[in-house]
Design a binder for this molecule. Structure first.
Ligand code: GLN
Length: 248
């Protein structure tokens, strides 16, 4: 099941963030330490979104293992950013393996990722999907559960719902419609982050000036905290809050 991470803080080199740590996202693509929920490797695609200065994010995503793309390793080595969202994908059985099915999903300043699965896909999502504008359904990135989850979150964001609520409401609605789903969502606009923990692991590490959220710690250094299941992490580079999803 996919692995994802988000970083906010002083600019960091993407190679140092994603490739160099002993249990980096690169390593997690072929040898993850925690694959509860099935799967053994995350080789069905990857994506990296980063914010160059104050502009909208740049995104690079491919439907191939991150280790097999020499371009991204070179690009990462010469790129630094103060906000990053990245993911490696293990496609749920039956779901398309395409560039567009890899996170991050994006619109404007937003970047989004999903680690997990929607049970009963696609039938369980018919009632929720039917509440979306037809245009959104016709332009889904891919016919996958993760792309629909993004459309559900984005619909709330477009309506002016704040990001923490958009994530919490989506998790609650999908969990009610499709019990047993795994719904670790991750959303950033480059300044704030919101992440749900619902069925998969998520760890955070903070410094006074940065926050790093990751499906699994990328090293054995002290400072990582595992977020309990059923919780939502919100925050900025300098301030992080963890609440029960129902309290948001
Ligand atoms: N259901 C997601 C997909 O197929 C899987 C993401 C994951 O956590 N493996 O894209």
């Amino acid at each position: 099941m996919c692995r994802h991470l988000a970083y906010l803080g002083p600019p960091v080199n993407l190679r140092e963030l994603l490739f160099d740590p002993p249990y980096s996202l690169l390593r997690q693509s072929w040898s993850p330490r925690d694959m509860r929920g099935g799967g053994t490797i995350n080789a069905d695609g990857f994506g990296i979104g980063w914010y160059p200065g104050d502009g909208d994010p740049v995104r690079y995503r491919r439907a191939q293992p991150i280790w097999s793309d020499p371009t991204i390793a070179q690009l990462a080595a010469v790129t630094s950013a103060g906000a990053v969202l990245a993911a490696v994908r293990s496609a749920t059985v039956g779901m398309a393996v395409l560039d567009n099915a890899a996170a991050p999903f994006a619109e404007g300043r937003w970047l989004f990722s999903h680690n997990g699965v929607v049970r009963g896909w696609p039938d369980s999502m018919v009632p929720l999907a039917s509440g979306l504008p037809v245009r959104d359904l016709l332009t889904l990135d891919a016919a996958t559960d993760s792309a629909l989850l993004w459309a559900l979150v984005r619909h709330r964001l477009r309506a002016g719902v704040d990001p923490a609520r958009a994530v919490a409401e989506t998790v609650a609605a999908v969990a009610a419609a499709a019990p047993g789903s795994r719904l670790n969502l991750l959303l950033t606009d480059g300044r704030t982050v919101a992440a749900s923990v619902a069925g998969h692991a998520l760890s955070i590490r903070t410094t006074p000036r940065s926050v790093l959220l990751a499906s699994e710690p990328h090293d054995d250094e002290p400072g990582w905290r595992e977020v309990p299941d059923g919780h939502l992490v919100t925050g900025t580079a300098t301030e992080v809050r963890v609440r029960a999803i129902g309290e948001v």
